[in-house]
Ligand binder design. Structure first.
Ligand SMILES: CC(C)(COP(=O)(O)OP(=O)(O)OC[C@H]1O[C@@H](n2cnc3c(N)ncnc32)[C@H](O)[C@@H]1OP(=O)(O)O)[C@@H](O)C(=O)NCCC(=O)NCCS
Length: 157
């Protein structure tokens, strides 16, 4: 795959079909087609996908005009943006694209004039943690709720 042609795009409501496709691929790859979240989202209507694109900023990694990766960014408060659901197609991994996706979401957060960006990651997910650490994220606390997750934070201003 020619990663030199990769670009990051902020998805808009008119991209809902492409968004649905890559999001459902991410869920089946990460959780499997029997997972309740996959089963729920696979029934989403166009209106529901559009609503999600209105509610949060969604960025896609695009190679040869095909979305191969995603990250979601949610304005949590006046001070913080929360990043979630980072995923790259297995065929697109290992070229630094994950880092580029996170960096774009961080740039968006900075433009929102928040002071920090937060995310949660599985404690054993060394690849994802390396990506976040390379951008300056540091471990802050065990994530509330899930014992196997940690919270990471980046101060942006
Ligand atoms: C996390 C993910 C998006 C990263 O994709 P990517 O950018 O292709 O990642 P890369 O393979 O290029 O690795 C990124 C960096 O981590 C390093 N890395 C890879 N595996 C590692 C490991 N086991 N331990 C430490 N570092 C590791 C790489 O060397 C690379 O650093 P470099 O650019 O300095 O060489 C991708 O692996 C993915 O989609 N995973 C499944 C979903 C997931 O885990 N999402 C995160 C949820 S919080």
């Amino acid at each position: 795959m020619g990663m030199a042609q990769a670009r990051i795009a902020r998805l808009t409501e008119t991209d809902w079909r492409a968004f649905a496709g890559v999001r459902l691929r991410a869920l089946t790859d990460s959780l499997g087609a029997e997972d309740p979240q996959y089963r729920l989202e696979s029934t989403f209507t166009a209106a529901q996908w559009r609503r999600r694109l209105r509610a949060h900023a969604q960025f896609a990694a695009v190679v040869d005009n095909r979305p191969v990766g995603l990250i979601g960014a949610q304005r949590q408060s006046t001070e913080s943006v929360y990043l979630y659901s980072l995923w790259l197609d297995p065929a697109a991994r290992g070229h630094g694209l994950g880092r580029t996706l996170v960096a774009e979401a961080v740039n968006w957060a900075r433009a929102q004039r928040v002071t920090r960006v937060t995310l949660r990651v599985h404690v054993e997910n060394a690849t994802a943690r390396a990506v976040y650490e390379s951008l300056g994220f540091t471990l802050t606390a065990p994530a509330t709720g899930a014992a196997d997750e940690v919270m990471m934070t980046l101060t942006v201003s």
